[in-house]
Design a protein around this ligand. Sequence first.
Ligand code: MG
Length: 251
Amino acid sequence: MRLRGVVVAGLLPVLMVGLVTAPAAGADAPPYGAIGDLKLAKAEDKVDMPLVAPPSGATVLFDGKSLDEWVSVDGKSPAPWKFVDGSAVEVQKGGIMSRQKFDGHFLLHVEFRVPYMPKATGQGRGNSGVYLQGRYEVQVLDSYGLQSQDNDCGGIYKVAAPLVNACKAPTVWQSYDIDFRSPVFEEGRKVKPARISVLQNGVAIHKDVEIPLDNTVAGLGGDPSKPGPIMLQDHGNPVQYRNIWLVPLKD
Ligand code: MG
């Protein structure tokens, strides 16, 4: 037994070095490493969008330093996402939502990037999502170079495809500026649906789209006449977010 223990102890440092330095045979490239021979439509598709500072009057939801404004979607646990690069967080262990709830008319700014997952396809490739009031998803996905459908990146999930595919390449920082109008209720009856306009990387991909639903797939649901949080989806992929803020707007 003692001899066996010595052998194991002697091997341990070697094994540990191997774990750190030698990728498993056939492993994918690191999700935020080089994008290899991915064919770019334009050179700027691999240029990060700049960080956009919150304007005065903005509610800063994530500045890279703290997830104090967020909670797990169970409403109780701390937001479990991983901090990366001192300015971003990476999806893991479940979705998160803002502690504050919002209604009325507002602008939400979100910066995100999707991993490079060349062996994955469709909804399994860099999936996450930004939910307004926890109910209406603007899809996050690696849809680079595709003919976008209503479940692709920039789609209002299963409601409206983006007008154009404005995606940058995977691993590159992108932005959403989402102008959201809550549905209007009078005496318990919906008299105006929710409406969404979106700029992706500064390009208009939705213009005042009416949302005929009270909850898109995997939304939090609940009473659509009540305020709701901003929710960021965990769909099992290491999507990253940074610099998230919201500004109330007047009609
Ligand atoms: Mg999604």
